[in-house]
Design a protein around this ligand. Sequence first.
Ligand SMILES: [Zn+2]
Length: 440
Amino acid sequence: MTGNGHLEDAVLAEVPRALDDLRQLVAVRSVSADPLLAGEVHRSATMVAELLTAEDVKCRVVTTGGSRPAVLGTKPGPPGARTVLLYAHHDVQPVGDGWASDPFTLTERQGRLYGRGSADDKAAIALHLAVLRAFGDALPVNVVLLVEGEEEIGSPCLPALLEAHRDELTADVAVVPDAVNAASGVPALTTALRGIADLVVEVSTLTRTVHSGLYGGALPCALTALVHALGTLHDSHGRIVVEGLEDASLDRVETLADPEGLLLPHVAQIGNGSLAERLVARHAITVLALDAVPVDQAANVLHPRARAKLSIRVPPGRSPEVATAVVEAHLRRNLPSGVRVAATPGALGGGYLAGDGPFRRLAESALGKAFGAPCVSLGVGGSIPFVAALAEALPEAEVLVTAVQDDVSAAHSTDESLSIADFRRASVAQAYLFDQLDGA
Ligand SMILES: [Zn+2]
């Protein structure tokens, strides 16, 4: 393919057909969290495989390690060409109530396409199809496809699947359009994600419930002791005061727009440092749940047992295992001596920090050119478990986390939508990237 204008025209000519494929894909209720819809998840995997096969991609549906059906595919380019792994997932979140139009009927309103999976992440499948079709037989790179069927339940079997199919998934660069652009029309590469560690702490102090008047002040109440210990995790400005939690330092990372409108009047944000530092480079500890008696059922008692669940967000490059151990030790130090403490680690996932490799520069340039706006390096406080799994399983591949969603796409929520203009730009950008990898 010669000339960027020609390539852009070729990709844009494929967009209407790709959006028609998206319409078909969205009509399949591939909700991975719902066991009753397992057949639909299979049907959507089969549909993806058929669409790819029609583009001369050699592919098959696999359920390695008990995974929900994933599609693996390959299409060779010229000998000696770079190999690109294209990721997407064909499963979706449950829909919930309150949609303005049927969530499984792709519906256009004011330049956006509404439907479950319209953005997250069936649009990525449509994008890959548009780019493959635009190049046809003149593909400048080798393409490997992985279309997962369980991303929305945390990709539990993905590490096993990557391990089992490692040889055929080996690539120079992995393109993962499953994050969010900085805004509609403003492209982003997601270059930093925090990891996650859950921790359940149970405190026991007494053999049974006792009267709070008779014994209060002499015997320790487990709920009061636990609340005290939880209170020692932060100072009054919301800054973590746990020794041994090391923050990260990140360059060049921006983050989502300031969350205006979420705070009540006169309530200030917590912590110190820039928003990007607080959301990405630092730990955050949140009490997710506390087993306690509802206030209107309160009785005059000391509680023998109490339990809390904490979520620890861990900066990229820091260990979630270490964070869990450090927080547990801190809580033990701040509970009355001799009380029984049971700590149970829960979900655990590493963060992600993009390297500064050559393909990142190419992707930034391709995105900048296609969108007509500079590409933002986005740090996100949340976690995408499969990104860390992918980076770990394929250490030779540079992982590029791109996006079709924008800041109003409402993935996982009511009225999820895709900007058609952004879909066009993202498709062109991916084609430019392929083109630039030719000879890189
Ligand atoms: Zn997704």
